[in-house]
Design a protein around this ligand. Structure first.
Ligand SMILES: NC(=O)c1ccc[n+]([C@@H]2O[C@H](COP(=O)([O-])OP(=O)(O)OC[C@H]3O[C@@H](n4cnc5c(N)ncnc54)[C@H](O)[C@@H]3O)[C@@H](O)[C@H]2O)c1
Length: 256
């Protein structure tokens, strides 16, 4: 198995439709050991049974906006595992009103919140977990094509994903001398809790099915497969990259 005994901390599991769920399933199928964060009691109730189902070893509270919670998570993981091989960041948030109107109307607070939860948190996690990461460890985050192209209704989240992808490159540079890799997976649209805030989602699904080279939408298992590759030694020399898992949709210019 590609990931036999590797220890993977997964941030961003909300339910069994989460991209983090597809990733966790795939990592576990390849032999990885898992642990999950949760934010608040409602998510905890959903995460704990899923963690049990997937053989997770522990769960822990961690709001990525709270440095004390991040440090507590790092301390707990160090106590339980010592070292960390895989860190999955599958976390994003923006106020619904900032995804519905015009980007020009985004409030200062809405902008700050979206960028803090969805982009800054990756640097915050890397900093806190760096002492546990080692030669061969892999950090990965989830992004979307709205970072580089206009996607109606994606608005401030597109700006946050642009910041996230730039963060991936700078973090790859900072952590690279230790042999730690940092990459992003750019997933096509998937029906999840977070995605339901994007008002144009239904149209995007239809568009992908009609025009993507593979003529189908992706699944969380598709993202899981790419995550296994990024987590494994097969991708030993890949860092600072954004790898698309989108049925080829991002390669399309104009098709009829
Ligand atoms: N669903 C899609 O179409 C799609 C496409 C490309 C990228 N993504 C990205 O994938 C990632 C996972 O999203 P998803 O679609 O699986 O939705 P999801 O709702 O299942 O997961 C989002 C997660 O973010 C967590 N989160 C939000 N605020 C947080 C905070 N302050 N601290 C800690 N965790 C917090 C939530 O608890 C949840 O677990 C996100 O980065 C999202 O932008 C999603």
């Amino acid at each position: 198995m590609l990931l036999e005994g590797k220890k993977a901390l997964i941030f961003g599991l909300a339910n069994n439709r989460s991209i983090a769920y597809g990733i966790a399933q795939a990592l576990a199928a390849h032999g990885a050991r898992l642990a999950f964060n949760y934010v608040g009691e409602a998510i905890k109730k959903r995460v704990e049974p899923i963690s049990q189902e997937l053989g997770g070893e522990f769960t822990f509270p961690c709001d990525v906006c709270d440095d004390a919670q991040i440090q507590a998570a790092a301390d707990l993981a160090r106590e339980k595992w010592g070292e960390l091989d895989i860190l999955v960041h599958s976390v994003a948030f923006a106020n619904r009103e900032d995804l519905n109107g015009r980007f020009v109307d985004t409030s200062r607070d809405g902008f700050r919140l979206a960028l803090e939860v969805s982009a800054y948190s990756l640097a915050a996690l890397c900093r806190a977990f760096e002492p546990m990461l080692h030669e061969g460890s892999s950090v990965m985050t989830m992004t979307y094509h709205g970072s580089t192209k206009i996607v109606q209704g994606y608005n401030v989240m597109g700006v946050a994903k642009a910041a996230l992808e730039a963060s991936v490159r700078y973090l790859a540079y900072d952590l690279g001398p230790k042999g730690i890799r940092v990459n992003a997976l750019s997933a096509g649209p998937v029906k999840t809790l977070a995605a339901s805030a994007v008002s144009s989602l239904k149209d995007i699904f239809t568009h992908v099915e009609a025009h993507a080279p593979l003529r189908r939408n992706i699944t969380t298992a598709d993202v899981g497969g790419a995550a296994v590759f990024l987590a494994s030694d097969l991708s030993h020399a890949i860092t600072g990259e954004v790898i698309y898992v989108d049925s080829g949709m991002s390669q399309i210019g104009v098709v009829g």
